[in-house]
Ligand binder design. Structure first.
Ligand SMILES: NC(=O)c1ccc[n+]([C@@H]2O[C@H](COP(=O)([O-])OP(=O)(O)OC[C@H]3O[C@@H](n4cnc5c(N)ncnc54)[C@H](OP(=O)(O)O)[C@@H]3O)[C@@H](O)[C@H]2O)c1
Length: 229
């Protein structure tokens, strides 16, 4: 597949490295332009491109940038991108640590619903609840005992199926968490957030999450990161 990745930080570059290794054609972009990505792209076997070209680059486009930066993406970025292209949001809203306050999210919109609205496209939420280090090091073949599971949320069954297959190919047990309206279940600080759980435990953790605690979970996670960055 052709895969465009917007964001070349901890998560973007890790995903790029993995999917390039799987044989996919990867285009990667950051805020500073393709020249700044020449060395990284050469090392992982990707093509450095502009953000605009990354959005047009593939059957899958991953957005892996700080939440606040989504508002800075070019207007109409996805206007001419076919609707069959799957857009993945890996983001997490960190109001105190990084993003500043985003009123709509503070008032109840979910992180990925806010992103979808900003870019004018449905998104699939995935890869937001695994740390880059685990994503880099802990993928193993299907059937391996102790294989970590990753959950995926989205409204399109076809788009979600594509992402679930990719999760499996990357070395993690895929778990369909439900539609995007349930994606709060893997937002920062929830029982399913970055715990490297196996599938049964992950499903249980997703179920245990309590919707009225979204803001509290997030604040607890930010406090935890502050204590132990
Ligand atoms: N780190 C983790 O373990 C982890 C795990 C799961 C999810 N996440 C989430 O995934 C997202 C990315 O996290 P990260 O840790 O990879 O971030 P990061 O290391 O800080 O990297 C951010 C990347 O986004 C790019 N970027 C920023 N603004 C941009 C813009 N307007 N247009 C294009 N690219 C832009 C940056 O490019 P420049 O360097 O050129 O500015 C950089 O490549 C965040 O929402 C984060 O919360 C992180």
């Amino acid at each position: 597949m052709r895969i465009g990745i917007i964001g070349a930080g901890n998560i973007g570059r890790t995903l790029a490295r993995h999917v390039a290794k799987l044989g996919h054609q990867v285009s990667i972009a950051n805020s500073r332009g393709p020249e700044s990505l020449t060395a990284l792209a050469a090392e992982i076997g990707a093509t450095p491109v502009s953000v605009v070209d990354a959005a047009k680059a593939g059957e899958i486009v991953m957005i892996s940038i700080p939440t606040k930066a989504v508002a800075d993406l070019p207007r109409e970025l996805f206007a001419n991108v076919p609707s069959r292209v799957v857009v993945i949001d890996t983001g997490n809203y960190h109001p105190e640590l990084r993003d500043g306050r985003i009123d709509a999210i503070d008032q109840g919109r979910l992180d990925s619903q806010w992103v979808a609205r900003q870019i004018g496209r449905p998104v699939v939420k995935a890869f937001n609840n695994i740390l880059a280090k685990s994503l880099l090091e802990k993928g193993v073949p299907r059937g391996t005992t102790g294989r970590i599971a990753l959950s995926v949320f989205g409204d399109s069954l076809d788009a979600k199926a594509t992402v679930l297959r990719l999760v499996d190919d990357l070395g993690f047990d895929p778990v369909d968490g439900g539609d995007l309206d349930n994606s709060w279940r893997q937002q920062p600080g929830t029982p399913a957030y970055c715990r490297d759980l196996e599938a049964t435990a992950l499903r249980r953790a997703l179920t245990e999450a309590v919707r009225s605690r979204i803001a509290e979970y997030r604040a607890e996670e930010e406090a935890r990161i502050r204590r132990c960055p």
